[in-house]
Design a protein around this ligand. Sequence first.
Ligand SMILES: Cc1ncc(C[n+]2csc(CCOP(=O)(O)OP(=O)(O)O)c2C)c(N)n1
Ligand SMILES: [Mg+2]
Length: 366
Amino acid sequence: MKPVCHFDIHYNQFINEQGSLTQPLPDWATKDVLVAAYQDMVRTRVFDQKAIALQRTGQLGTYPSTLGMEAIGVGIGLALDKDDVFVPYYRDHATLLKRGYRMEDILLYWGGDERGSLAGQPQDFPYCVPIATQCGHAVGAAAAKKIRGESNAVLVTIGDGGTSKGDFLESVNVAGVWQLPVVFVINNNQWAISVPRNIQTGSKTLAQKAILGGVPSVQVDGNDLVAVYEAVREALKRAYHHKGATVIECISYRLSDHTTADDATRYRRAEEVSNAWEKEPVKRLQQYLHQQGAWNEHKEQALLKQAQQAVESSVKAYLSTPPEPPEAMFDHLYAQMPQGMEEQLEALSSKVQRMTAAGKGGNSHG
Ligand SMILES: Cc1ncc(C[n+]2csc(CCOP(=O)(O)OP(=O)(O)O)c2C)c(N)n1
Ligand SMILES: [Mg+2]
């Protein structure tokens, strides 16, 4: 017997956990760009903490934290072009903030108000909560782009657990055989709720799952903003130049519970989490910028203050947004409402009117 195929998976990192360079930075990674990215990462973290506090005090629904995964979200957000299509999953708050969402939009969404998912770039998709189904939507959108001869791309995100699902594997297959302009970014945060990465799949890397579709792939340090941005940029360029799909596996760690409905202390060791804190993305970029003389404690305090003020004013805007009327649940479902549904809408409207007259209507986000 002789081997008929060879595959290698390459790993990339620029800034290590001590904040030192492991190779020269790409040209785009100027101090200004990195300071701006750092500020976005800090803003995301401050927002995230507040969202958890709002849930704990009964003012927000279940919320999935992005703690420890800020470099992935911001890296993607910086690399994407306005005209690309972003197909997010539920942990992508950082990217959505870069796509034009306001913090109050994100709070509205997780507070159960669908208007929160109507923000951002008009062609982007809303948060996807069903695991991996977003991959099918992404290859559909990418196929449409290819048929129309458009030269921008689609980027879809997915968790490590999601890559075990047929939806992901089938989508990679189609993306490969049809040479679609789509980028799959895997947020490998080591856990799928309580299922650890090592019992999730027999694959040594998640990047190698791309091989099944003949799609090139790379693994990067997902705690290194530069490595994420560089990989996404290169993959998008390939897509723009009609060279097909790419899979990027970003190695990160979910420092938080899975969501606010979870208690991760019940299934993972404190030591594992404290080790992961040593590698987290915000601190390492801060250390690098400090070493370069591009950041200091004074700037840090000013940024934190500004971020907290922005978050507080978004909370005010969220909590004071009047709730939608119940009839709004019929909006955005059909371009033209089917007759049966019009009847349901009329029935609901008269019920709402009766309840309002009897003083029983109304609710609030708080
Ligand atoms: C189709 C489907 N099955 C199950 C679930 C329940 N569920 C929610 S999150 C999750 C784990 C996902 O883990 P991973 O893909 O690693 O993403 P992460 O949450 O770690 O970012 C599961 C099984 C779901 N939302 N959708
Ligand atoms: Mg995961």
